[in-house]
Design a protein around this ligand. Structure first.
Ligand code: PGA
Length: 254
């Protein structure tokens, strides 16, 4: 990783945790973060919507940032059960994960949906963490690069830049399975993503965009993944639900 890109460690809590768990996890991370003189990484935690206020209170003043796991593409209106990006911003969210493979598979979200959600998050003043990644079937059919390219170009928000957009490469076959991409597999895809970003945003801006790896990242494999030239951090599911493990992953960025 080049020095110009500040690593990001983002915890995707998914549909896990009650109030007591969220309070414990968020305050445990905040306590550790406060002890650092000068953190060399950005830390983001993304709880379920109703836990966002509580988590934001628990991390106040620590530098730990709050993110959401999705948002609607409109800021308000008749959309029962959906969440406004303006409200998320108002609740102190700094980022929104969009296009996670579980949203794509559970809710049929397509690249075009992901793109407008990312644009809405940015318009409301947050950053978008745009997720892309191939299934095992697509990898086995040697379609990884074409799938990832298509998803990237279709999901990338208009006006994307290194400040408002983070890309998360998450091979679907590695999510929650314990099967992590090898360093070579991760770097190969990250390099292609960076190349494509360079074409769309210009090489200089493309070089500044952070590309996170996600999929069974754990304390035991984080260091070698994070050391790769185009891996700028992680989007972590399972291991983000444990303070010690998540913190150990963050420390692997150093
Ligand atoms: P995992 O999930 O770390 O549990 O594999 C990652 C993700 O889905 O963001």
């Amino acid at each position: 990783m080049t020095v110009s890109r500040r690593p990001m460690i983002a915890g995707n809590w998914k549909m896990n945790g009650l109030k007591v768990d969220a309070r414990k996890l968020a305050s445990g991370l905040a306590r550790r973060m406060k002890k650092l003189k000068k953190p060399v990484f950005d830390m983001v935690i993304c709880p379920q919507f109703p836990l966002i206020g509580l988590a934001a209170d628990a991390v106040k003043g620590s530098g730990v940032k709050i993110g959401a796991q999705d948002c609607h593409f409109n800021t308000a209106g008749a959309h029962t059960g959906d969440i406004s990006p303006d409200l998320l911003k108002n609740m102190d969210c700094k980022y929104v994960i969009v296009g996670h493979s579980e949203r794509r598979s559970d809710h049929g979200e397509k690249d075009a949906d992901v793109k407008i959600k990312a644009e809405a998050a940015i318009t409301s003043g947050m950053g978008a963490i745009v997720c892309i990644g191939e299934t095992l079937k697509q990898r086995d059919a040697k379609r990884t690069m074409s799938v990832v390219r298509k998803q990237l170009l279709g999901s990338l928000p208009e006006g994307a830049n290194a400040k408002n957009t983070v890309i998360a490469y998450e091979p679907v076959w590695a999510i929650g399975t314990g099967k992590v991409a090898t360093p070579a597999q991760a770097q190969e895809v990250h390099a292609v993503i960076r190349q494509e970003l360079g074409k769309v945003l210009g090489e200089k801006e493309g070089n500044k965009v952070r590309i996170l790896y996600g999929g069974s990242m754990k304390p035991g494999n984080a260091k070698e993944l994070m050391a790769l030239p185009d891996v700028d951090g992680g989007l972590i599911g399972g291991a983000s639900l444990n303070v010690v493990d998540f913190w150990a992953i963050a420390e692997a960025t150093e």
